[in-house]
Design a protein around this ligand. Structure first.
Ligand code: GUN
Ligand code: ZN
Length: 434
């Protein structure tokens, strides 16, 4: 058993932020070598119940749940910031040629290690990540995550058409490989598998059908893909699958919408699409820096409340521009503020800082079906957390000193924070230096 004393941020079941200025977090070994939170709350109220537990005292620091990145591409680490007209030219000119290099297991292993280092520097403790179409790229990442004790969900990309040599896979083999990878990695320690059709335009009808069959056979495996990101992409998907009611409905028609399915972007939706997300318990990964960088559009936060479906924040590196959850929360705020234009111009929303933070932690865990497992520091949660320094830079120190409420403190961190604010990471109860 061990304990940490510092300010403590966590969330209740309704997503409200709880903050103890002088807090105590007690962790202990749980099942399967997992360290879990035993108690969390006010130090004065809790300390006497744990007299013999060694306490690490970190005055001035904030303990907060590790961040969850609900959509990221580890093989795109080296193409961040590659400008293009829009999504489809970006895929053709940068993404596919670069991903072809992951046929080489040594290259995949080297990038996987760098990717895990970056996640940890930035305070991300649970990513849901794409690999490439090469099974070796999946083995490389899981091997690296396992070595570090990181909770990680990943999958081999399925793309058997409209993809160049070097990344295009073969229908039957891609499904055989996927099943073998599920059996090898899903549920190994804290690792999870995600069935990963790249997006409908890159998958044949047979490949999507096969992916849906695997999703039915392995109901606790995740599903991840892209949808409704870009107008050209949408027109293409609709032309390829004319029988489906919408781009999103293609996935439903192939058995790919259910709990633990996570679709990136979800920008250009109708209310029918939102209702389909809600009714199938499917979640959205909101990728604001990517959407701004590639000029894809603006996720409609107000509409996602009106016809409610689960959603969490994501970096979408390398369409996205940063691994930092602070940068992503900041961009989500700006996206929320942007008025929707057109026939019915509506003012943007001002997302509360507690809400932005929740969408990247406990809310993201909820979207992934991992409530009470990660993304929070309530009793029973795994001990994955960040130690934040609200005075990490001169400006942060000056601004957070003036904060008169939790909202002001979190907003200051969202607006001014980056990896420098992450003083330390604790993964499964083990502190790691950045
Ligand atoms: N759609 C299909 N593939 C991709 C990808 O790699 N990134 C993004 N942002 N959208 C996609
Ligand atoms: Zn993506």
């Amino acid at each position: 058993m061990q304990a940490w004393r510092a300010s403590l941020l966590r969330f209740d079941d309704q997503g409200h932020a709880l903050f103890d200025r002088d807090g105590l977090l007690v962790t202990s070994p749980g099942a399967d070598g997992r360290q879990v939170v035993l108690a969390a709350g006010d130090h004065a109220a809790l300390a006497s119940a744990w007299p013999d537990v060694p306490v690490t005292h970190l005055p001035g620091r904030i303990l907060a749940p590790g961040f969850i990145d609900t959509h990221v591409h580890y093989p795109q680490t080296e193409i961040i910031g590659s400008p293009a007209e829009g999504l489809l030219p970006w895929l053709e000119h940068y993404t596919f040629p670069h991903e072809a290099r992951f046929a080489d297991p040594a290259h995949a292993a080297e990038v996987a290690a760098f990717f895990c280092d970056e996640l940890m520097r930035h305070g991300v403790t649970t990513p849901l990540t794409f690999c490439t179409s090469h099974p070796a790229s999946v083995d490389a990442l899981f091997t690296e995550a396992e070595r570090r004790g990181l909770r990680l969900i990943a999958g081999k990309v399925l793309q058997d058409r409209h993809s160049p040599d070097g990344v295009r896979d073969e229908t039957e083999q891609s499904l055989v490989d996927t099943e073998a990878l599920i059996r090898r990695w899903h549920g190994q320690g804290r690792l999870g598998y995600a069935i990963t059709p790249r997006f409908a335009p890159s998958c044949s009808e047979a490949q999507l059908r096969g992916a849906g069959e695997l999703a039915a056979r392995y109901p606790d495996v995740w599903i991840q893909s892209h949808v409704a990101e870009n107008q050209d992409e949408i027109a293409w998907a609709r032309a390829l699958f004319p029988d489906s009611r919408s781009y999103l409905a293609i996935y439903n028609d192939h058995g790919l919408m259910r709990e633990r399915a996570m679709y990136a972007h979800c920008i250009h939706f109708t209310d029918d699409d939102r209702a389909l997300m809600r009714d199938t318990h499917t979640a959205a990964a909101v990728c604001p820096t990517s959407n701004l960088f590639l000029g894809s559009g603006f996720f409609d936060f107000a509409a996602a409340e009106r016809v409610p479906f689960a959603h969490g924040l994501a970096s979408d590196v390398g369409g996205g521009t940063s691994f930092s959850p602070f940068v992503t929360m900041r961009a989500a705020y700006f996206v929320g503020r942007t008025p929707t234009t057109g026939l019915h111009t509506k003012p943007g929303v001002s997302l509360a800082p507690e809400r932005l933070w929740w969408l990247h932690t406990a809310g993201a865990a909820h979207a992934l079906g991992l409530d009470g497992v990660v993304g929070n520091l309530q009793p029973g949660c795994e001990a994955d957390f960040v130690v934040l320094d609200p005075a990490a830079t001169p400006l942060l120190a000056r601004r957070t000193r003036e904060a008169e409420s939790l909202a002001e403190l979190l907003f200051a961190l969202i607006v001014l924070g980056d990896d420098r604010a992450v003083a330390q990471m604790v993964i499964n109860g083990t502190p790691l230096s950045r």
